[in-house]
Design a protein. Structure first.
Length: 666
């Protein structure tokens, strides 16, 4: 939760557990050889203004990195949170903001927004509230475990102004980055740019309420004690709020008959690191899910000699695609392909770029579409052959059900220290394509009548995609651009008609193209303008989202540019005139429906599931910011991959354009 110049109110009625929270020791690098130590640090202290326990600070952003699933429309759901905490209260007059707080789940998008806003507004007094115990979101210390690596190779998981150099972090070229290194990198980045000391950890936001004056009343609990057995309630008032909960905050756990009867250890993949001892004592582990996280859970156990039954729903979309870091006879780096302009031409795209003629030839003609079908068919066949799916009866069951054309970001990389498929040859993994019908005391029952013995059940079943903060009043729900709309909404039919007119190839959906149940097929996904602002909040400029889009392997690049876009939006300094609410809503809905069809076997039903759309989307944000989109020149512009290093110094570039000087003040 990040707040810049908020009015802070601390409420503590009665007795509160006074045990100080344990401080997490983080082995971060405070300074780095060869890099300027200039950072956007500012005094986060708070000046008291007013009485009755209220502390005023002039301006605010509130950003939440909340890990517990809540009901967006106002009813706090304690599933996944610790509800056994002592909450007695007492009053405190004009308390200062704590500056020295333990750490927690502060992730990629939140870190990008905090750093960028501070860089542009160096005098902003910024407070970050985060519910975890250490920095990093997915890569926080408490979620790390042995053999956890990035899908990306080193050089692809870094910010443009803070390279992950070998001298500092020790990751050699062409290697996947260990989870511990990612945690240290995020911590070093936060310290270098003055964000770290502004973070309040173990702070769970319970609600955000829009007040009559356009400010946000944000309520949160700070946990105390090793087990969070004590908490103090606090409130703050913020002029602006950014929700940057990310895509891996709130676990999605299916409601299966017999959940309460199961006597083994049952938990979501997110909590795997907390159950290492339990798993080490297991004889058989059942992993439920077909995603890359399921693959990682299978590897974690089987590589330690524990037998795994891997269950993938027959009624679902099947197993995720798994590919090598380098593909094709040319050994091209897989993660760079999607951000090479030439490759982006091969996919229909809702975002406008500077190459309409090429796109028309490929997508608006029968010959062009036939060539594309043949091309992607070759990719499918080549990927299956290179990955050696057919070398064992069990790995054969993992052959994806649909083409790579429709999967969006639901693809994983073979990034484990040893060969994943070798564990199948050792008879340590068996795959079951069936639905789970029920659980009993020590068994998992499948739809094909198979009964699996289970000492532990790991849910690798994805994440809840709704922002995990209750936003009040409840009447705001329809304006937040994240909830369902009535299936009879005529704007949905109009958007679908336009999508099919502009992108006729999307009408030919694959057999398993329904990425949600049929009865939910008409519900729109996120509908934020530029995947950042609910259209109803464009005039007030007091709410933004960061991290709504599913961006797979290139998250750092989008995080950097979207963070700058949000800072410029709040300041009213975008270089284009924003549309009215109705037109912005139309555009956002159009994008939402596009991705529903484009990534129908991925996450398109819920969010902008971007792969080949990333470069045109970045171009769109850059045009809004008034900065250059073609940054390579010549043939390199078409055939060389784009990434964060092409945008190194982009914040300074924008500040110079806006005549803000070396350090700005909006």
């Amino acid at each position: 939760m990040l707040c810049i110049r908020p009015s802070l109110i601390r409420v503590k009625n009665g007795r509160v557990d006074q045990q100080k929270p344990d401080r997490e020791t983080v082995n971060a690098v405070p300074g780095r050889k060869g890099r300027s130590d200039r950072s956007c640090r500012a005094d986060p202290g708070v000046e008291a203004r007013g009485a009755g326990g209220k502390t005023k600070i002039d301006d605010a952003i509130a950003m939440s990195i909340i890990q517990h699933p809540n009901n967006l429309y106002g009813q706090y759901d304690t599933v996944g949170s610790n509800i056994c905490i002592s909450r007695t209260h007492s009053k405190e007059q004009n308390p200062p903001v704590d500056r020295d707080i333990p750490t927690s789940y502060f992730g990629l998008f939140g870190l990008a927004v905090a750093k960028t806003y501070l860089q542009v507004n160096p005098s902003a007094r910024l407070l970050v509230l985060d519910s975890g115990k250490s920095l990093g979101g997915t890569w926080c210390a408490e979620r790390l475990y042995d053999d956890l690596y990035t899908n990306n190779l080193v050089g692809m998981v870094e910010f443009g102004d803070f390279p992950m150099d070998f001298e500092t972090f020790g990751v050699p070229p062409n290697a996947h980055v260990p989870g511990l290194v990612m945690h240290k990198y995020f911590t070093a980045y936060a310290q270098h740019f003055g964000v770290y000391e502004r973070i309040k950890f173990r702070s769970t936001v319970t609600s955000a309420e829009l007040l009559d004056g356009g400010e946000w009343l944000i309520k949160y609990d700070i946990e105390h004690g090793i087990d969070g057995d004590g908490a103090e309630k606090q409130e703050l008032i913020a002029k602006r709020m950014v929700l940057a909960t990310g895509a891996t905050s709130a676990p999605n756990i299916p409601n299966i008959k017999g959940n309460d009867e199961f006597g083994g250890h049952a938990f979501h993949f997110k909590d795997l690191s907390l159950h290492r001892k339990d798993l080490s004592e297991a004889n058989n582990v059942v992993v439920l899910g077909g995603s890359k996280s399921a693959t990682d859970a299978v590897y974690y156990n089987a590589s330690k000699g524990i037998h795994v039954d891997w269950v993938i729903r027959e009624s679902g979309r099947g197993p995720a695609w798994l590919v090598s870091s380098y593909v094709s006879p040319l050994k091209l780096q897989f993660e760079k392909l999607s951000t090479t302009r030439f490759m982006t031409f091969l996919s229909p795209c809702i975002y406008v770029d500077a190459y309409p003629t090429i796109r028309r030839l490929l997508h608006d003609t029968r010959i062009g579409r036939a060539l594309l079908r043949g091309f992607f068919g070759m990719i499918d066949h080549g990927s299956i052959k290179e990955s050696k799916y057919n070398d064992h009866p069990e790995t054969k069951k993992l052959i994806p059900h649909g083409s790579t054309v429709w999967i969006g970001t639901t693809v994983g990389i073979f990034n484990h220290p040893t060969d994943l498929f070798s564990l199948f040859h050792k008879d340590l993994v068996h795959v079951h394509i069936a639905d789970v019908t029920s659980l009993s005391k020590s068994s998992v029952h499948l739809s094909n009548k198979t009964i699996l013995s289970a000492d532990a059940l790991i849910y690798a079943t994805g994440w809840s995609h709704a922002p995990s903060i209750p936003i009040l009043p409840a009447s705001l729900g329809p304006k937040l651009a994240v909830g369902p709309a009535p299936p009879t909404d005529p704007t949905i039919a109009a958007a679908d008609a336009e999508i099919m007119r502009r992108f006729p190839e999307l009408a030919d959906q694959p057999p398993r193209g329904a990425s949600v149940d049929h009865e939910h097929a008409m519900e729109p996904a996120y509908r934020a303008y530029r995947n950042a602002v609910p259209p109803a909040f464009l005039p007030s400029r007091n709410l933004a989202y960061c991290g709504l889009a599913a961006i797979g392997l290139r998250g750092f690049w989008i995080a950097e540019i979207q963070a700058l876009w949000i800072a410029a939006f709040f300041a009213g300094k975008l270089s284009v005139e924003l549309p009215g609410e109705e037109e912005a809503a139309r555009q956002a809905l159009l994008e939402s429906r596009f991705f529903r069809y484009r990534a129908c076997n991925g996450l398109g039903a819920k969010s902008a599931d971007m792969v080949f759309e990333i470069v045109p989307f970045i171009d769109t944000l850059c045009r809004d910011l008034g900065i250059e989109t073609k940054r390579k020149g010549g043939w390199r512009e078409i055939f060389e991959s784009y990434g964060v290093r092409d945008y190194t110094g982009v914040v300074e570039e924008w500040m110079k354009k806006e005549k803000l000087g070396e350090v700005g003040e909006l």
